[in-house]
Ligand binder design. Structure first.
Ligand SMILES: Nc1ncnc2c1ncn2[C@@H]1O[C@H](COP(=O)(O)OP(=O)(O)O)[C@@H](O)[C@H]1O
Ligand SMILES: [Mg+2]
Length: 482
């Protein structure tokens, strides 16, 4: 063993170490014993003794004294007449270096003692308080019922909101009395399922909140207080609207990417034979000149127009596969200017000519980072659909504004609207309700891909009889370095 005294550690290191030792849950005496051990290992001392009590007698004491040796002592008062004393025996360092460490540790002990020396059931009351606080801080509505369907716990989140009820109003009452808007038999069946099978039960509800529909998930979980029977059921209610929407849009994007890849492969295979057929038809027509039988000419016309139709589809697919891929040049652009350009291009389009267009564009829109050609293509597809929906004679309102970190363009038509069961399908590639010569079902799928490529969002609000609004939201371009 060497006799070189160990260096005195920095006071903060000792005090924070001591705090860590004291913070571990456990009985008070045990904590003090461990603190003694810790101080002995951290300090250049042979023994450490901690005493808590009055000047006359100790209430707690731990660690060992060294007989016949005068310790170095740090005492800090606690309350009116009590003291916390730390004694260091065999210290091989001058008291001036140990004093701040021992005094600060003793002060720390004064602050933490009430929490660590309480009897065991007081400990569990601290634990209970923590549990309650945790349950109340959850961003989820949570309540607990017993086997008589009486509510025994009701958390803070369940007290807030439009249907919130205060804890005092519900505790001890049956869940059927409290949640009187729910059908009691159905509710009882859900609880009974958990009580009887011991299996959790999950359900989702679509709830209309004003103009907005929100999705809530309710989970009922079994709890067994003692033994194997389910004694309580925990119910957790969660608003999963955003999570659902996110999932849906990821699913959509993935599907589009897959179709885009497939399309890119198929296109090359089809393009060349189509071009050959087209060229052959032209060659036959010119060979026959005016001498062809009317029926042959008719067939040739059909072949030609069908080849044209296939070429359109292939071109659409080409667009689609490009839309799914990032790339092209992204520049700062003004959505107002893009809308104006699209409307200008459409002015001469026969499907669009007689439409009544109203502009409500917000001045001084911030720029978005965009690929101008692609964005125009997306806007055009939506406007052409509006023209189709109103038979080219309706009214279209084009609005722009800033919403948070996004520039938003809304394109509203007064057409017949889209039935609720059709809405989820319209962004799917090849989904169309138009006749084969009118629709490819690719317009919205392409637009969706383009907007997603801009880190944006394309969605729709529509109700039969109330027209349709497509909403394009694109993030505002950030200044360099922000
Ligand atoms: N403004 C609208 N009003 C009513 N229905 C619409 C509107 N826009 C799109 N739709 C529906 O969405 C479907 C898909 O649109 P889209 O992908 O552009 O394909 P297409 O126009 O070739 O049918 C349309 O067939 C139509 O049923
Ligand atoms: Mg379309």
């Amino acid at each position: 063993m060497t006799d070189t005294p160990r260096p005195v550690p920095p006071p903060l290191a000792v005090v924070s170490g001591a705090a860590r030792v004291l913070a571990v849950p456990g009985a008070g005496a045990e904590r003090l014993g461990e603190l003694c051990d810790f101080l002995r290992s951290a300090l250049p001392a042979m023994q450490v003794r901690i005493r808590v009590g009055t000047r006359r007698s100790d209430e707690h004491a731990c660690g060992e004294a060294v007989p016949d040796e005068a310790p170095f002592v740090a005492s800090v008062p606690m309350g009116e007449d009590r003291l916390v004393t730390i004694e260091a025996y065999g210290a091989r360092r001058p008291p001036a270096e140990l004093r701040p460490i021992l005094e600060t540790t003793a002060t720390l002990l004064v602050t933490m003692l009430p929490a660590i020396t309480q009897p065991a059931d007081a400990d569990s009351s601290v634990e209970r308080r923590l549990t309650r606080l945790t349950i109340d801080s959850l961003p989820l509505g949570l309540y607990l019922i017993d086997r008589d369907y009486r509510i025994v716990l009701w958390n803070r989140k369940r007290e807030t909101g439009t249907q919130g009820l205060r804890r005092e109003e519900v505790l001890g009452r049956t869940v059927f009395e409290v949640l009187s808007r729910q059908e009691p038999d159905a509710l009882r069946a859900e609880f009974d399922h958990v009580f009887v099978t011991g299996e959790p039960h999950e359900s989702e509800q679509l709830v209309q909140a004003g103009t907005e529909a929100r999705t809530y998930r309710t989970s009922r979980l079994p709890m067994r207080l003692d033994g194997s029977d389910v004694s309580h059921v925990i119910t957790i209610g969660e608003d999963v609207t955003e999570a659902r929407a996110m999932h849906q849009s990821m699913y959509q994007t993935e599907k589009l990417a897959a179709v885009g890849q497939l399309a890119a492969g198929v296109m090359h295979e089809i393009n060349n034979p189509l071009a050959t057929i087209g060229a052959c038809v032209t060659a036959i027509s010119s060979r026959l000149g005016g001498s062809a039988e009317p029926v042959v000419r008719e067939y040739l016309d059909i072949i030609e127009s069908e080849v044209g139709r296939c070429t359109n589809i292939v071109d659409g697919l080409l667009d689609f596969s490009r839309a799914g891929r990032a790339g092209g040049s992204f520049v700062n652009c003004d959505l107002n200017v893009l809308l104006d350009r699209t409307l200008y291009l459409l002015k001469h389009h026969q499907r669009f000519r007689r439409l009544d267009v109203e502009r409500a564009l917000q001045d001084d829109l911030p720029a978005v980072k965009g690929n101008t050609e692609r964005l125009i293509q997306a806007i055009m597809a939506i406007l052409l659909n509006a023209a189709d929906a109103t038979n080219g004679t309706g009214r279209v309102i084009v609005r722009t504004r800033v919403e948070g970190l996004f520039v938003v363009a809304e394109l509203t038509d007064d057409g017949p609207g889209i039935p609720a069961d059709v809405v989820p399908k319209i962004f799917e590639p090849f989904y169309t309700t138009k006749g084969p010569s009118r629709g490819t079902g690719l317009g919205l799928a392409i637009s969706y891909g383009i907007v997603a490529d801009h880190q944006g969002k394309l969605d729709v609000r529509s109700e039969p009889g109330c027209g349709t609004t497509f909403r394009i939201a694109i993030p505002i371009a950030r200044e360099p370095g922000t």
